[in-house]
Design a protein around this ligand. Structure first.
Ligand code: UDX
Length: 438
């Protein structure tokens, strides 16, 4: 199949590259010339394990190319996939501007029958919107479909190539047959459904996972008050296969490009049809507050934070990505500056996100070369992102470099410290011991 992917963001680029890996001829199109130039010279604009290798491999085989000429890319395609951004508007609803723009471009360029697939996470009813826009520009026949993506940042290539399901939302027999054949090489179970169900599946999947996280975070907050340990509770409930043991890691909340946006998106989709999705509103509220647990724990050790040195370990919203969107690290650091009126020394370390973070953080933040550098002479080390490099440190010896050996583990990723002289505070952990050291 000849596939044109419009939009080379996270979803568009990784999916486009993976379709080419499956033997399809893929053109990835974008209006961003700099990005397309980068891709043409085999440079990968995002940090994603395995992606660059697949770009090089499939570009050299001739089944993957990059262009800014959207008109020609549409004309050459059997299937046109829309994978442009769908940011949140201030009221939480989804901004469809870019999707609608692309639909208009497709309407103007379409030269023969094509299947237009929405890959972007778009509200229920978006395929119909796209259909109407294209129909208003042309009489050429086409079908629309929804094939949502379930990839995670940092493991996107593996998630696409070894996913657990492919959802195909269609309303025509031809689109159904073509899209089933297009996805057959992935060898992943395919669910064929109607378009609106496919659109809702994407929001429901992300929102359910977000709900699991907010639920376990609330259990952690409760566990601290009743003297239980959230890791034990998560293990106990997660071994019930009806609940499942994934996405039960309590911590300082979810971030990234998807969960915060999609939970708000689902609430807004519901609101537009007069449905009050109260449970999702609570999921969002719990998450908004959860990063503050770190501040509370800091204050429980140092009631006056002014003048202290705080080391923040990990900045990206999760490991194996340089993405800082909705990252708790940024909220924590800004709040620390806020409550101390800037009278605080913040040292940070992240394996790959520090340059990016420097645009969003106060200028006096100290960027360190290693975990060791970051914790030297500090009053407290806060683990914000569970990078392997951070977890695998010898924490007992790191503690000896600190001014005061206080570790706040915002991701419950360290084994409990064996050294009794170290104050270790996890999230919802029974063995928390609070030592006032000033
Ligand atoms: C998510 C979905 O997993 C993916 O299927 C969808 O297509 C896009 O959104 P992503 O945002 O890349 O992917 O990351 P994910 O690994 O799901 O983590 C999301 C957030 O939840 C992170 O901030 C992570 O730290 C947090 N999280 C995850 C927890 O706090 N606890 C957990 O148990 C799991």
């Amino acid at each position: 199949m000849k596939i044109t992917m419009i939009g080379t963001g996270y979803v568009g680029l990784t999916s486009g590259v993976c379709y080419s890996e499956m033997g399809h001829t893929v053109i990835c199109a974008d209006i961003d010339e700099e990005k397309i130039d980068q891709l043409k010279s085999n440079e990968c604009p995002i940090y994603e394990p395995g992606l660059k290798e697949l770009i090089i491999k499939n570009s050299s085989k001739g089944n993957l190319s990059f262009t800014t000429d959207i008109d020609e890319a549409v004309k050459l395609a059997d299937i046109v996939m829309i994978a442009v951004g769908t940011p949140s508007l201030p009221d939480g609803s989804v901004d469809m501007f870019y999707v609608e723009e692309v639909a208009r471009k497709i309407g103007k360029s379409i030269n023969n029958y094509k299947i237009i697939v929405n890959k972007s996470t778009v509200p229920v009813g978006s395929a119909d919107k796209v259909r109407h826009i294209i129909q208003s520009c042309t009489n050429i026949p086409f079908d629309v479909a929804s094939v949502p993506e379930f990839l995670r940042e940092g493991s996107a290539v593996n998630d696409i190539l070894n996913g657990e399901r492919i959802v195909i939302g269609v309303d025509s027999e031809n689109a159904k047959d073509v899209l089933i054949n297009t996805h057959a090489p992935f060898n992943i179970p395919i669910q064929v459904t109607d378009i609106r169900s496919a659109e809702l599946i994407k929001y429901a999947a992300n929102s359910f996972l977000a709900m699991k996280i907010s639920f376990i975070n609330e259990i952690a907050n409760l566990a601290e008050k009743v003297g239980a340990d959230v890791l034990e509770v998560a293990k106990g409930i997660g071994s019930d296969s009806r609940i499942g043991n994934k996405f039960l890691n309590a911590g300082i909340g979810f971030g990234g490009a998807c969960f915060p946006k999609d939970t708000l998106g689902l609430i807004s989709i519901a609101e537009q049809v007069g449905h009050d999705f109260a449970i999702m509103k609570e999921v969002v509220e719990v998450n908004k507050k959860q990063f503050y647990k770190v501040i509370e724990k800091l204050q429980s050790v140092y009631p006056k934070l002014s003048g202290k040195t705080v080391s923040i370990l990990g900045l990206s919203f999760k490991p194996n990505t340089n993405d800082l969107r909705e990252a708790p690290s940024i909220k924590i650091i800004n709040e620390l500056y806020n409550i101390t009126n800037g009278h605080i020394h913040i040292k940070v370390y992240d394996p790959i996100s520090m340059e990016e973070a420097s645009n969003q953080l106060p200028s006096s933040v100290d960027y360190c070369h290693s975990v060791k550098d970051a914790v030297r002479d500090t009053d407290v080390a806060v683990i914000v992102t569970e990078w392997k490099e951070i977890i695998e440190q010898d924490w007992n010896s790191l503690a000896s470099l600190m001014k005061k050996p206080v570790i706040i583990d915002g991701r419950n990723c360290l084994g409990l410290m064996h050294d009794e002289s170290v104050t270790y505070l996890g999230i919802g952990r029974k063995k928390d011991k609070v030592k006032i050291v000033n």
